[in-house]
Design a protein around this ligand. Structure first.
Ligand SMILES: [Zn+2]
Length: 181
């Protein structure tokens, strides 16, 4: 890990930290001020990290295991658990660690599951190209065979424990966040 001090110094304010996912690099985004952090999984997904890092300075950090657990708990609540990759979970956990330390660390992603869990955790989100979501969507798991509905946390895998049919995610509802993000 390398601490970066940018060209511009703003002595009284702490630097904004942006947590970025793979699409940030693929889409070639640029952030004006602020420090850019990501997790090792993103570096591995990208492959050519050194080349990319020569153009944009990025710090690779590891989230705490407490934050990873916090993200998993939040994702189970919103029903996004099965949609989050380990990379997604790591990025959210990193943003959560910064938030818990009282620092502003928006997560930059176009992934709706990541955005949904971030909103649930009170983490700021900054989408790359799509509009940010304004509501937290809750999902319910419904068996395609017997139509029994489950909470995501009740299921180990997407198979109905009663009849053995495939279980699908369905939108259960959501609530609009007042004032947006
Ligand atoms: Zn069933």
């Amino acid at each position: 890990m390398q601490a970066k001090t940018g060209g511009k110094h703003n002595s009284s304010q702490s630097e904004i930290v942006y947590v970025v996912d793979t699409s940030y690099f693929i889409l070639g985004c640029r952030i004006g001020d602020g420090r850019i952090v990501t997790v090792q999984d993103v570096v591995e997904e990208l492959g050519k990290f050194d080349e990319l890092n020569a153009a944009v300075h990025v710090d690779v950090e590891a989230p705490s295991s407490e934050a990873v657990e916090g993200v998993r708990t939040a994702a189970r609540k919103t029903g996004d658990y099965h949609k989050l990759s380990d990379t997604d979970t790591g990025l959210l956990a990193l943003a959560l660690d910064y938030k818990n330390a009282g620092e502003s660390a928006p997560i930059i992603t176009d992934d709706y599951a990541v955005q949904n869990v971030a909103v649930g955790l009170g983490i700021e989100i900054a989408p790359i190209k799509e509009a940010p979501i304004k509501e937290v969507v809750e999902w319910v798991m419904v068996c395609r065979g017997c139509k029994k509905a489950y909470r995501e946390e009740e299921l180990g895998e997407m198979v109905c424990p009663v009849c053995g049919s495939e279980v699908r995610r369905k939108r259960a509802g959501g609530h609009i966040l007042n004032g947006g993000l």
